[in-house]
Design a protein around this ligand. Sequence first.
Ligand SMILES: *Cc1c(COP(=O)(O)O)cnc(C)c1O
Length: 344
Amino acid sequence: MNLKELVRDNIWNLQPYSSARHEFEGVADIYLDANENPFDTGLNRYPDPLQKQLKSRISELKQVPAGQIFLGNGSDEAIDMLIRIFCRPGIDEVMILPPTYGMYKVSADICDVKVKSVSLNDDFQPDASQILQESSALTKILFLCSPNNPTGNLMERDEVIKVLEGFKGMVVVDEAYIDFSSEPSWTKRLSDYPNLIVLQTFSKAWGLAGIRLGMAFAQPEVIRLMNAVKPPYNINQLTQEKAWETLNDGVAEKDRQVATLLDEREKLRLDLEGHAGVLQVFPSEANFLLVKFEKHDEIFTALRSKGIVVRDRSGTHLCEQCLRITVGTAEENDQVIQTLKELT
Ligand SMILES: *Cc1c(COP(=O)(O)O)cnc(C)c1O
């Protein structure tokens, strides 16, 4: 793979903004270089533009070198940035595998980048030969979501490997739900596949959707490009501090919560399967269940009237009559089941 040939020329040649905190990285007594207010509020200084402390901790935890980590304002920022780095508006395209996460298409549409869709099969699995056949030299990025949203399943490893080996552009594996899954992360294979980019997030298992922090793992050259394109201080000080705190003191608690949610997922699955109006509960490796109902509209309305909101995915390709239900607390899940029971 020749990275230079895949990247937009203007990005490859970009002279990035050099902030005050870029130009002076040492420790000084008096900082008069960034036009900050000198009176200490705990937040009067600009944050570290490269989040070095945070990345060193993430590096330990994920066993990925810090130089192969990018942090974004949510993984949604990484998705947008990758499209802007690789895709020439009006010329290049990205490939998505519906039914999948909606942001890939929205980000591409915003950038005036075409979206080629290759449907997952009836088992929600990708067809590598069709993906390779339908891609061209203009297909710069393939977005692959595993475990997939909204279907909840993992993409079969052999098929993903065929794609990684045959696809001429970058392959983004979005692992927003990896902490709930039974398989190892694709980050383990970064050194085998130079075109692999893995996305993860603090928004799901880590319980930190509110701080907006996403991770991208890739070869160092790709990370350098992402750092050149990002807004200089894209991860604010409060977010860096909260994530640091959680990564140091909150790992065991996160693991406990994930274990609880996995138990609850199984319980909710069994309860749903025992209900007459449920046609199918799709297998899930995430913290939600995609459920096909006989009368999804009726169920959605009944839940809504009890103050319970779930995601209606019935309008989505291959998800007809389906609702996506996030696994909540035991009490919350019980209320869902209770509402269904009252309907029959
Ligand atoms: C929730 C989710 C994300 C998370 O995005 P953030 O911007 O990090 O909150 C990314 N990808 C998928 C598939 C998701 O479902």
